[in-house]
Design a protein around this ligand. Structure first.
Ligand code: WT7
Length: 669
C-alpha cells in the first residue's frame, strides 16, 4: 500500500472471512514458560516497573536506578544507571551449568559438514576474536561493520564486538557492494569484517569481491578488513596483496588462541548494535539499539513468546543479517542458554526436504520461519515433509501477514496439528515482538497476530491521529502509545530523522510529556472484536518482499542510475509466494527506444545498488507516470494496475488518462 489515501486503502480491510480458533494443546500448556494470565494485568497496573522482571533474567554488574526515564521524549532511557555486558550474559554465565551443551549446531551446504559449538567453545572463540579486534585497534564505542553470511563467524563476531563494547552493524550478506559502502559510510566504520566466500545452492561464491568494491565506493577510509575464511584455504578466486587493508582472522587467532578478554561493563543505555532498515526516503536508517533494554526485551520475549528453555533445540531459519536473527537467533536464545541450529544454504539444497531432514536429525523442538517460506513449502507440497520424522512443539511466523490458507497448511503439515503457532508482529525498530499471543494463554486464530504483548499498548488511529474505539474491527494506522525496553534509541547520527519518521505524525512534538508522544509503526491494522490485531501491511512507501523490507524510494533511485531512464516509479505487486514483488514503471529519455538491453540495465541497477533479493519482477516502459496536479507521483494507482485492482479515484490527477493507458498497456488491451 502506498500514498496518502490511507483510509481508502485500508477499506480493503475485510478481505478475510472470520476464522475459527485453535486451542493450544494441553501438553503444551502444561509445560509453558508462562501460563498465568495475570501477567497482562501485572504489566498494565505496574507499568513500567513490571519490566524489571525482564531485566532480572540476567546478571547485571550494577543494578539500575530507574526503570524508565521518560523526561525527554522520545529519547527514553531504560534501566538507567545499570551496567552489564551482553556477551557475558549470553556466554560466560552459562559456563558453570552447561559448558558442554551446544550453543549452536551449525550445518554447512553439505549435510556431512557439521560443527557443534558448545558454550565453552563459544567462550573461547569470542575471547580470541575480541582480543583480535582489539589488536587491530577497535575500541569501545567504535562501530564495526560486518558483512557476514550464515557461518559461525557471524554470531562469534557480533558477540566479540559486544564483549569489548563496540557496537556492531551487520549488513545482510545478500546486500550489494553499494549497499555495504553506504552503510560503512553512515556508520563511520574504520574496521569491517567479512569472509572470503560461502555457499549458495552448493556454489562457492566469492564474497570478498563485494567488500573490495565497497571499499572503492565508500567515502570513508576503512583501515582494516578482517577476513574470515570459509575453509582452511582461501577461496580460489580470492587474493590478498600487501597494500590491501585485509587481515586474515586466522592469523590473528593464531596469536590470540588462549586470550581472555574481560567483558566491558556497559551502561544500560550504551548502544549494542545498529541495524539498517529501509524507510520512505532514499537513505537507509541505522536503527540504534541499546544494551540493557534491548537484551531484557528480547530475552523475555524469547522465553515467553517462543517458549524457549535451555534444554530445547531451537531453530530460527532466518538469516542473522536481519533483526529477526539478531534478536531471536543470537541474543535472546543465547541469553536463555538454549541450543540453536544454524544452516548455511537454502532450503531446497540439495533437495526440498533439507529443512525437515535437519529437523529430524537434530530433534528440533521449536521452529521459526516466515510466511514466504511457508508459502514456498506449501507450493513444493507435503510430500517433501512426510518422509521425515520430526515433532515441533512450537512454531513461529514473522515478517509479513500470513494468509489463513498458509497458516492452516503450516499447522497441519509442519506442526502435525499439535504444535502451537505464534504469529509475531514487530519491526527492526521495535527490537522484539510487540503483538502476538502468549501461546499457552490465548487461542490461535489464522491470519491474526493476536494480542499485545505484556505492557505494550497498541492502538489504531485515523489519519488525524484520533484513536478509534477499541476492538471495533475498523482499520487504521497502527501506533504504540507507551515506550517499551526493546525500542530503538534513535536513528544513528540523526535524532531529527528519528522524530520525523516515527513520532511527528501522531505526537505533540512540542510536549515534554511522554503521554503526548505516539510511535507510528507505518502499518495498517485492524483491532478485531475479539481484541486480536490483524496486520494489513505497510501504509507508507515500503514494501515487503519475501519478508525483506524495501523502500520504494531506494528502488527508484537505483533505477534512476540508468542513463536511459528519465523517470521511474516502483509499485508493489502481490505475489503468491513472496508476498510482494517490485514492478518498475519507467519513462525513457527522449529518443531512446525501449529494448531488452535497457530492461536488463534496470534490473542490473537494482541488483547492484541493493542486492539480488530486490530484483524487479517486471519493468514496464510507459510514456508518462500518473501524477497529481502538484506533480506528485501517485504510486497507489500503479499498485492498483500491477494488482489488476480497480483504479479508484483519479480526479486529483493532472491527466486522468495516464493510468488508464498504462492499465490497458499492462493488460495487453
Ligand atoms: C514490517 C517490519 C519483524 C522482524 C522481521 C521484519 C511487517 C512483521 C509481521 C506479522 C504482518 C508483519 C510489517 C512491519 N511484519 N511482522 N507478523 N504480520 N506483518 O522486520 O524488516 O523491520 O519489517 O514487517 O509490515 O512493519 P522489518
Amino acid at each position: 500500500m502506498s500514498d496518502e489515501n490511507i483510509t481508502e486503502d485500508v477499506a480493503l480491510e475485510s478481505r478475510l472471512t472470520e476464522q475459527e480458533y485453535f486451542r493450544p494443546p494441553t501438553d503444551f500448556v502444561g509445560q509453558a514458560n508462562v501460563s498465568d494470565p495475570g501477567i497482562y494485568d501485572r504489566f498494565d497496573e505496574n507499568y513500567p516497573e513490571a519490566f524489571e522482571e525482564y531485566a532480572e533474567l540476567f546478571d547485571w554488574d550494577e543494578h539500575w536506578d530507574e526503570v524508565l526515564d521518560d523526561s525527554n521524549p522520545p529519547f527514553y532511557e531504560w534501566f538507567t544507571g545499570g551496567k552489564l555486558n551482553a556477551s557475558y550474559n549470553c556466554i560466560d554465565r552459562h559456563l558453570d551449568e552447561r559448558p558442554n551443551q551446544a550453543a549452536f549446531i551449525w550445518e554447512g551446504t553439505d549435510t556431512d559438514e557439521r560443527e557443534t559449538i558448545t558454550y565453552r567453545d563459544l567462550y573461547n572463540r569470542v575471547n580470541a576474536v575480541a582480543a583480535s579486534l582489539r589488536d587491530v585497534g577497535v575500541q569501545e564505542d567504535d562501530v564495526v561493520t560486518c558483512h557476514l553470511p550464515m557461518l559461525p563467524a557471524l554470531p562469534v563476531t557480533m558477540l566479540s564486538c559486544a564483549r569489548i563494547g563496540a557496537p556492531h552493524s551487520e549488513v545482510f550478506a545478500g546486500f550489494s557492494a553499494q549497499a555495504l559502502a553506504d552503510r560503512i559510510d553512515d556508520a563511520g566504520s574504520d574496521v569491517v569484517v567479512t569472509c572470503d566466500g560461502y555457499y549458495r545452492r552448493g556454489d562457492f561464491l566469492n564474497h570478498k569481491e563485494k567488500c573490495d568494491e565497497a571499499l572503492e565506493l565508500a567515502d570513508s577510509d576503512v583501515e582494516t578488513v578482517l577476513l574470515w575464511t570459509r575453509h582452511d584455504e582461501l577461496h580460489p578466486e580470492v587474493e590478498i596483496s600487501d597494500d590491501d587493508p585485509y587481515v586474515l582472522v586466522d592469523d590473528l587467532l593464531a596469536e590470540n588462541d588462549r586470550a581472555r578478554v574481560d567483558p566491558v561493563s556497559r551502561d544500560a543505555e550504551d548502544p549494542l548494535f545498529l541495524m539498517y532498515t529501509s524507510g520512505t526516503t532514499g537513505k537507509p536508517k541505522g536503527c540504534q539499539h541499546r544494551t540493557g533494554g534491548y537484551l531484557s526485551y528480547v530475552t523475555a520475549t524469547a522465553k515467553y513468546v517462543l517458549d524457549i528453555k535451555p534444554e530445547d533445540t531451537y531453530w530460527c531459519a532466518a538469516d542473522i543479517g536481519w533483526i529477526t536473527g539478531h534478536s531471536y537467533i543470537v541474543y535472546g536464545p543465547l541469553a536463555l542458554g538454549t541450543t540453536s541450529v544454524m544452516y548455511e544454504d537454502t532450503p531446497d539444497h540439495p533437495h526440498k526436504g533439507r529443512i525437515w531432514d535437519m529437523a529430524e536429525r537434530y530433534d528440533v523442538d521449536i521452529f521459526h520461519t516466515s510466511p514466504t517460506a511457508v508459502r514456498m513449502f506449501m507450493k513444493w507440497g507435503a510430500e517433501y515433509v512426510e518422509d521425515y520424522d520430526f515433532d515441533f512443539r512450537h512454531m513461529t511466523t514473522v515478517g509479513e501477514p500470513i494468509q489463513p490458507e498458509a497458516w492452516l497448511w503450516y499447522y497441519k503439515y509442519i506442526g502435525g496439528e499439535d504444535a502451537v503457532i505464534v504469529d509475531t508482529w514487530w519491526q527492526t525498530e521495535t527490537g522484539g515482538h510487540l503483538i502476538t499471543n502468549l501461546p499457552a494463554l490465548e487461542d490461535m486464530k489464522p491470519g491474526s497476530a493476536g494480542k499485545a504483548c505484556p505492557g505494550i499498548q497498541p492502538a489504531i488511529v485515523d489519519d488525524n491521529g484520533d484513536a478509534l474505539e477499541e476492538a471495533t474491527g475498523r482499520a487504521g494506522n497502527l501506533v504504540i502509545q507507551r515506550p517499551w525496553p526493546g525500542m530503538l534509541q534513535t536513528v544513528y547520527g540523526d535524532d531529527e530523522r528519528f522524530i520525523d519518521e516515527y513520532w511527528r505524525e501522531f505526537s505533540d512534538v512540542d510536549s515534554d510529556d511522554a503521554e503526548d508522544w505516539v510511535y507510528k509503526a507505518g502499518d495498517g491494522a485492524v483491532h478485531e472484536r475479539d481484541g486480536y490485531f490483524r496486520i494489513l501491511g505497510r501504509l507508507d512507501d515500503v514494501m515487503n518482499v519475501a519478508g525483506h523490507r524495501l523502500g520504494t524510494m531506494e528502488l527508484e533511485s537505483a533505477v534512476a542510475e540508468v542513463e536511459a531512464v528519465a523517470e521511474a516509479a516502483v509499485a508493489a505487486r502481490e505475489d503468491a509466494e513472496k508476498g510482494e514483488v517490485p514492478d518498475v514503471y519507467a519513462v525513457l529519455r527522449e529518443g531512446i527506444e525501449e529494448s531488452q538491453a535497457v530492461y536488463d540495465d534496470i534490473v542490473a541497477a537494482v541488483e547492484d545498488e541493493i542486492g539480488k533479493f530486490a530484483r524487479p519482477a517486471n519493468v514496464v516502459f510507459v510514456d508518462d507516470l500518473p501524477k497529481t496536479r502538484s506533480g506528485k507521483i501517485m504510486r497507489r494507482l500503479l499498485e492498483n494496475i500491477s494488482n489488476d485492482d480497480e483504479l479508484g479515484d483519479t480526479t486529483t490527477l493532472r491527466d486522468p488518462s495516464v493510468p488508464e493507458d498504462i492499465r490497458d498497456q499492462v493488460r495487453g488491451d
